[in-house]
Design a protein. Sequence first.
Length: 282
Amino acid sequence: MQQDKLGSGWMVVAAFFLTLMGAGVKTAGNRFGMHLYELVFWRMAAGVVILGGHALWHKRDFCTRYPKQHLWRSLAGTAALLLFFYGMLHLPLGTAVTLNYTSPFFLALLSVLLLKERPPLRVWLALSAGMAGVVVLLQPSFSAGQTWDALLCLASGAGAGYAYLKVRELSLLGEPAWRIVFYFSLTAAVVSAVAATAAGWHAPDWQSLPVLLGIGISATLGQLALTRAYHVGRKFTVSALSYLTVVLSALLGAAFFGETLGGWDVAGMILVILAGIAGSLR
């Protein structure tokens, strides 16, 4: 088998596309006035079509013996995604992405509380540093009167952490990755479509349609690149490079959306990034 020359570099590709997704969400909300339910639908519809079409083409089995576990994973992931999109629409892009990237800390905490795991001291130190970074990062949001927005976005990290816990459970039960992602995408698309119907849809036009399609396509490409990175790259290198999304999002927010980051913002981001990298050490 020929070795993948890009290797861990696939995470750089993933960070690029995931940052583009965030920019698309911000643009669609600010410029076209679209609410988060519509945006989540467009984000997940692409995954449903691509994964479902690929599974049908290869005649894969959609049936599962673990519908309850899929339901809990999918609902937790959907809630986390809705909260994350809310954060991107109401907070600086870099801040929203950083708060969402607290999911590894919540995953570690939930593993202790629910699974009674006993992580080493290094993980506890990384967890403490990460939470300290979150507290520092929240200070500017509290001062600007965005306490509720920031806490909701932080809750997206907690929801994602629980969703990853269920993903691990399903993986240990032998469920293939494509089926886990497909049912999550399908659930999120249905829930967001129902909510968007209740809130009211904005009909896409020639200006907004490219942005909406870009959200779905960039998110799907980013997810594929991320999966490839963890498959062929070095785990620690890939985990460290994943935080490039935070840096790119902050830079893009400043360059295109006029968002400014103060000293507390930067300090909090650095703490979260360093804690996340330390927690991924072998």
